[in-house]
Ligand binder design. Structure first.
Ligand code: ATP
Ligand code: MG
Length: 429
């Protein structure tokens, strides 16, 4: 075939897009309950928005960026993730100022781009639904964000998830832990992957996040960051866990969770699920945490944030793999069948009248014989099939059949056009 979509991208066709619509609608409804409002930021940003924030040893920055120089010589990149762009917008629009209510809570949904090796659940263009909340240091906000992520998955009918929780503490915690980790990994330097060798001194936490089996063997016995928490960091984390307990939210404290981006501190979390459709073991579909330096790093004041990102493709793979049903958002209320050429105009008028009244309605556009039209009504799963023949036309009537019960009534055309609701009520209930 001559023209093919780029590797790692997908065409989302109507047979699939209704699922996306359902996921996005459900998320919107939920975010509204938690008082998060939509923010839309550009699909591309200046390269340094991400290179400054994700960390120059992160996979995203070292390998996965879709960056290029535009015709004006500006170094730009398709966004690999949502947070940095939102923070850039937060700072540029001075949303940190006294004119906005705090915490300032936003959500986004849209495509992200990473140059990765495509495989199931790992695309080059993928989609995230995410939230960010700015302007409160309290652990209560971390818990709201975690609870909201879990609530969202529950809305989709997902029952079993694993919430893996960890803390990266504050700067003092991280400095002490970095040293401990370097001391632990140094003797194994030669056994580490090439990437990790490079990262060992620059950013040893990244070694724990590596997917290379060479590195993974050292994760289990690595020192735990929990032993290096300052009083302040411990207090924050203890409050998070006690609030999760109070809300009856299950979690595993997992010191091996360190996240692939540099900007986190204090609470970090991943929500994982298990399904054959995603491969062996647990797969992370949602991840997030607190970032207290990011706003400052992008030129804003000292103001903290917390958020998460949910991978829509992985969510869908999981739901499909577990046979979790998706509602049909676009049922066909009525299919109008015309028998004989002289009914052509009237069927059109009925279809349009039904649409005007708020119903979904359709008719034939292929000059099908009545048999073919009835078949179409079946295939499209119409709830009611309306039929007009010469006899009906002459007596200003129309046949209405409930496809569920098979019951059929003859009613005045005018009633169907003016008040189809009542026709249904009177005839079939
Ligand atoms: P991974 O460890 O799987 O590479 P990550 O740490 O790079 O994930 P994040 O940057 O935390 O992922 O993104 C949050 C979520 O976005 C992931 O949990 C996943 O569901 C989704 N995601 C990330 N990269 C991809 C991708 N290339 N294709 C599809 N979904 C992705
Ligand atoms: Mg990744």
């Amino acid at each position: 075939m001559k023209y093919q979509r780029p590797k790692g991208t997908a065409d989302i066709l109507p047979g699939q897009s209704y699922k996306w619509e359902y996921i996005e609608n459900t998320a919107r409804k939920l975010f509204s309950k938690y008082r998060y409002h939509e923010i839309r930021t550009p699909m591309f940003e200046n390269f340094n928005v991400f290179s400054r924030t994700s960390g120059d040893t992160s996979d995203i920055v070292t390998k996965e960026m879709y960056d290029f120089n535009d015709k004006g010589g500006r170094h730009v990149t398709l966004r690999p993730e949502g947070t940095a762009g939102v923070v850039r917008a937060f700072v540029q629009n001075k949303l940190y100022g006294p004119d906005t209510y705090k915490p300032y809570k936003v959500f986004y949904m849209g495509p992200m781009f990473r140059y990765e090796r495509p495989q199931s659940g790992r695309e080059r263009e993928f989609h995230q639904i995410g939230v960010e909340a700015f302007g409160s240091d309290l652990p209560e906000l971390d818990v709201e964000v975690i609870a909201m992520a879990l609530d969202l998955l529950k809305q989709f009918g997902i029952k079993h998830v694993r919430l893996a929780l960890n803390t990266l503490g504050d700067e003092e915690t991280r400095d002490a832990y970095r040293k401990a980790l370097i001391d632990y990994l140094k003797p194994h330097y030669d056994e580490l992957s090439d990437d990790s060798k490079e990262r060992l001194y620059k950013n040893p936490l990244r070694v724990l996040d590596s997917k290379d089996p060479k590195d993974k063997q050292f994760v289990a016995d690595a020192p735990s960051i929990l032993d290096y928490l300052t009083d302040n960091a411990k207090q924050h984390f203890d409050k998070v866990t006690s609030l999760l307990d109070a809300l009856n939210i299950d979690y595993d404290i997992d010191p091996s969770v360190v996240r692939g981006l540099d900007y986190y501190n204090h609470t970090i979390f991943e929500i994982m699920v298990k399904s054959k459709s995603l491969g062996k073991g647990y797969t992370t579909i949602c991840a997030g945490g607190r970032y207290n330096e990011l706003v400052k790093q992008l030129g804003g004041p000292d103001m903290s944030g917390v958020g998460f990102g949910l991978g829509v493709e992985r969510l869908l793979l999981f739901m499909e793999g577990e046979n979790i049903p998706f509602p049909n958002l676009h049922p066909l209320d009525a299919y109008v069948v015309g028998i004989g050429d002289d009914t052509d105009t009237e069927t059109f008028k009925v279809v349009q009248a039904l649409r005007d009244a708020g119903f979904s309605a359709d008719r034939d556009y292929l000059d099908k014989k009545p048999r073919g039209q009835f078949k179409a009504a079946n295939r499209l799963n119409a709830e009611y099939t309306l039929t007009i023949g010469g006899k009906e036309l002459a007596s200003h009537k129309i046949n209405v059949k409930s496809m569920a019960s098979g019951e059929e009534v003859s009613v005045p055309l005018k009633d169907v056009k003016d008040n189809f609701n009542e026709v249904i009520e009177d005839s079939f209930n």
